[in-house]
Design a protein around this ligand. Structure first.
Ligand code: NAD
Length: 377
């Protein structure tokens, strides 16, 4: 049983799908591991460290993939990068299928079993495999760090001999995994924190972290399935916009994290709202990769509008790659452990397991996931 770890080719991707720690554990499970040369560079893991953990180093993607039963990645590789891969090899990573249906169909054609870690069910057993949570948690932390770095005032209240400095006001929109970590981080830095969400259940969590929950009666509860939010109706959107407009103008730092699975990010902050904020304020839009929560966000860029900085980085976990890779690699290890018969030292996939059923996108040359089955090859 061979596991291959590819070097990421997606621009700006600094993470890697395995670490020396997970390589050693795969080997203990009876696998042989090949890591592509330079795969760990962005996360400060050298080829020698992978070698010391027991991996072979492949000079090219093709050499690394040769004979592999499992291919690990962070971003979805193109079908061309997978040239020469074994038919029926498992391709496991953050495959980002929504909006990329053609690429998913190409993976089906390439013959791999593509497994999208984003679809891991949010059940207790799979918490350890939840890449969305491990990476969103880091993104929430990093969002506040990035904001603090460009904010030209102090965050905490300071009582000094020269007088008192008032604390910064931080507002977090979307109190899921990333938002809750952003709240906690902003609190640790001494900001006065408020937050909003469309799921009523988020209120208690915000308050338990010392944040003030901002919600309007008209919004009630927009909880959808699986713990996620549903899209708001037009009336609900208007009520939310009114609530936000009244609050945002008094904020120094805003972190937006609102997402709806499979949909573009909801637009929550208009140009007029940005213009109501004081110059020097900072917005970090964690939803930039899905189009952004802020009307003015330019994905991948930092812009200034009327003195307000809007940070639209699309890969914040990639800004702390060493920690992000460590947790991501452990998520993958936990899932793959369920696919291996450690006694026999070979793959033993239970295709009826709910974790497998939820994550398999392609199999036997076809797109099989119910959300994408229409795009069969
Ligand atoms: P997400 O990334 O899909 O969305 C981020 C947040 O944005 C969510 O809290 C969502 O409610 C909110 N949102 C959506 N539309 C909004 C709008 N118009 N205005 C304001 N906020 C809006 O969500 P997530 O971080 O993945 O977490 C979703 C839920 O799942 C949370 O309750 C989380 O605690 C829960 N969760 C459970 C498990 C588990 O049980 N294993 C694991 C992770 C997360």
């Amino acid at each position: 049983m061979k596991i291959a770890v590819l070097r990421e080719r997606f621009e700006g991707e600094s993470r890697v799908a395995a670490t020396p720690e997970t390589v050693a554990k795969f080997i203990a499970l009876g696998a042989e591991v090949a890591v592509e040369e330079g795969a760990g560079t962005g996360s400060r893991i050298s080829d020698d460290q992978f070698k010391d953990a027991g991996a072979a180093i492949g000079a090219t993607a093709a050499a690394t993939l040769k004979g592999a039963d499992i291919v690990l990645c962070v971003r979805r590789p193109s079908a061309a990068e997978l040239k020469g891969v074994n038919t029926d090899a498992l391709l496991i990573g953050a495959l980002d299928p929504y909006g990329n249906e053609k690429d998913v169909a190409a993976l089906a054609k390439a013959g791999v079993v593509a497994m999208s870690m984003e679809f891991m069910p949010r059940i207790t057993r799979a918490q350890v495999m939840d890449i969305l949570s491990s990476q969103a948690n880091l993104a929430g932390y990093q969002a506040v760090i990035e904001a603090a770095a460009v904010f030209d005032r102090a965050m905490p209240m300071m009582m000094t001999a020269a007088g008192t400095v008032r604390p910064a006001k931080a507002f977090v929109m979307g109190a899921g995994v990333a938002g809750l970590q952003a709240i906690a981080t902003a609190k640790r830095l001494g900001a006065v924190v408020s937050a909003t969400d469309v799921r009523a259940a988020a209120g208690e969590q915000v308050e338990s972290l010392g944040g003030k929950f901002i919600m309007t009666e008209a919004l009630k509860d927009a909880s959808g399935t699986g713990g996620y939010a549903r899209e708001l109706t037009k009336d609900e959107q208007a009520a939310q916009a009114e609530l936000v407009a009244g609050h945002i103008s008094k904020q120094d730092i805003v972190v937006t994290t609102a997402l709806i699975p499979g949909r573009p990010a909801p637009k929550l902050v208009t140009k007029a709202m940005v213009e109501s904020m004081a110059p020097g304020s900072v917005i970090v839009d964690l939803a930039a990769e899905r189009g952004g929560n802020v009307e003015l966000t330019q994905p991948g860029k930092v812009i200034t509008h009327n003195g307000v900085t809007i940070i639209g980085y699309t890969n914040l976990p990639g800004h702390i790659p060493t920690t992000a890779s460590q947790l991501y690699a452990r998520n993958l290890l936990a899932f793959i452990t369920t696919l291996i018969d450690a006694k026999e030292k070979k793959l033993a996939i239970n295709w009826e397991d709910e974790l497998v059923k939820a994550t398999v996108l392609t199999r036997e040359g076809a797109v099989v996931h119910p959300n994408f089955a229409a795009s069969k090859t």
